[in-house]
Design a protein around this ligand. Structure first.
Ligand code: AMP
Length: 497
């Protein structure tokens, strides 16, 4: 399959060629023709699957095709032109609300900026297509200036967008396409009311495309409410299972053991760039400081930082000036830097979905990556939850000289529940306890052969281990609803306002 066969406008094909894409990804193969045909889409796919192009290319195709048939001289004046005309007539210019044709809602500022950058790339040869980001943390005057250019495409986080809608700066009466990117995440962050309000302000005639890691539960309910006869696209495989990412767990005894192990792992020559995830913003700062003192080019990224500082840090990461980014979940969501070879979970995430998003920061654009979780013995239960969610077993690894005092078997067995994996779940994923080569890990640190604490899946001990680890009735991860901090969705971060 080629991009030409998807029927895209020549200006977009040119931009795709410049991007170096030779063939569409599977989400693009399925989504692009359906979206060009005007269908609503519900797409289950991860960041890293090429989903931005899957919704942006058909939208740009539509705008480029419409522009071909418009007499440019007869086109409406932009609000800026209207203001200039009013001034030249000696009248006081009125503020004209922006009337975008497309709105992309994203959970975080970083993802919004990334979508805007991708849009600029894909629309490099499209006449008269402007895309702007409307984000929390950005000065209002700057945003007013961007809106006054009457951009065709708005990429926004929900909170700030609502502010502009309520003050009459944006009018969605001419909106043609609405995209909800990482919809599950937006709901996790408590944006449901804002999303409902935004959707209600758009015309019924719009085309709606919703992208989410899952289409179950609350996301599925909302998706069905806001779409009409949608085409459902489920992208499984490596993008979801992250088959190109080597995952492992290292058990640690205490904080000092964890810090020593992290330093050791970061010094490995195979680490090009890395993201270290922490549970709290304060830890992100502290660990970044500690790593800098230890000689790493490290920087923190979290929601308490001003947008300008966050952008500067991400730019430095992209340019390779920052080698180790120490980040919290929300801040790091959607980061797309191909040179990130390793992700370290200094703290495990609170929710299994976040694990999937975290490890997806490496192994970008078809490369391989390594994701290592540093886990204390009491956290074995959380590893189990992640394994149940991803339906993959994460091998435990031990580095010579960094062996934990307590056996990893004991740590994991405390987490086991009655029940079991569904037949084939773990085995078909090709992973299992013990790594596949049985001795060395892929970042070059040699594990001691025979020191594996778990045996391979087809061994009797692993079978019994597997059987005892399923989603027992008590205490396990309970599906998408448990993502919400409480019944009112109070997990929302107000950092995006
Ligand atoms: P996304 O899932 O949209 O975050 O995209 C993940 C990465 O894949 C980005 O770096 C894109 O530039 C890249 N990408 C998207 N589509 C293609 C394609 N057809 N071929 C190669 N890379 C792609």
């Amino acid at each position: 399959m080629t991009f030409e066969t998807l029927g895209l406008h020549t200006s977009i094909l040119r931009a795709i060629a410049d991007s170096g894409y030779t063939e569409p990804t599977s989400v693009q193969v399925q989504a692009v023709p359906a979206a060009i045909a005007g269908r609503d889409l519900l797409v289950s796919s991860q960041t890293g699957s090429g989903k931005t192009a899957a919704f942006m290319l058909p939208a740009l195709h539509k705008f480029a095709s419409a522009a071909d048939s418009i007499d440019v001289s007869a086109a409406d004046k932009t609000p800026n032109q209207e203001r200039q005309s009013a001034r030249s007539r000696g009248e006081r210019p009125r503020f004209q609300a922006a009337k975008p044709k497309m709105l992309v809602l994203t959970p975080t500022r970083e993802l919004a900026l990334q979508v805007t950058t991708a849009t600029e790339k894909y629309s490099a040869y499209s006449r008269k297509i402007k895309a702007v980001s409307i984000l929390g943390g950005m000065p209002y005057p700057k945003q007013m200036q961007l809106l006054s250019r009457n951009p065709e495409i708005l990429v926004a986080t929900p909170g700030r967008l609502i502010d502009h809608m309520e003050s009459g700066k944006i009018d969605f009466s001419e909106l043609e396409i609405l995209v909800l990117d990482e919809a599950d995440r937006m709901l996790d962050m408590g944006f449901i009311d804002d999303i409902e309000k935004i959707v209600a302000a758009t015309p019924e005639t719009r085309q709606t495309m919703l992208f989410s890691a899952t289409l179950d539960g609350v996301v599925g309910n909302m998706a069905r409410r806001i779409t009409k006869d949608p085409m459902i696209i489920q992208i499984a495989g490596s993008a979801t299972k992250h088959e190109n990412i080597t995952q492992k767990v290292h058990f640690v005894d205490d904080l000092s053991h964890k810090n020593r192990m992290l330093d050791h792992l970061l010094r490995d020559a195979s680490v090009d760039q890395a993201v270290v995830f922490t549970a709290t913003k304060r830890d992100a700062d502290t660990i970044a400081d500690r790593l800098n003192i230890a000689g790493f080019a490290a920087a923190a990224l979290h929601g308490d930082m001003h947008q300008g500082a966050r952008n500067r840090t991400l730019d430095a990461l992209r340019r390779g000036q920052v080698r180790v980014l120490v980040a919290t979940d929300v801040a790091a969501r959607g980061i797309d830097v191909p040179a990130i070879t390793h992700v370290f979970n200094y703290d495990l995430p609170k929710f299994p979905e976040d694990y999937v998003h975290r490890i997806g920061r490496t192994g970008r654009a078809g490369r391989n990556g390594v994701a290592i979780s540093l886990v204390n013995h009491a956290e074995g239960i959380n590893v189990k939850r992640i394994e149940r969610f991803t339906k993959q077993l994460i091998p435990v690894d031990v580095i010579e000289g960094f062996e934990p005092k307590k056996s990893a078997v004991a740590s994991r067995s405390t987490a086991r529940k009655p029940g079991g994996w569904k037949p084939g779940d773990a085995r078909s994923s090709g992973t299992g306890y013990g790594n596949s080569n049985g001795n060395s890990n892929s970042n070059g640190n040699s594990s001691k052969p025979g020191q594996r604490t778990f045996s391979k899946p087809n061994s009797p001990s692993a079978s019994s281990g597997s059987r005892s680890e399923g989603s027992g009735s008590g205490g396990g991860y309970k599906g998408s609803n448990s993502r919400f901090g409480d019944a009112n969705g109070n997990r929302r971060s107000f950092g995006d306002r």
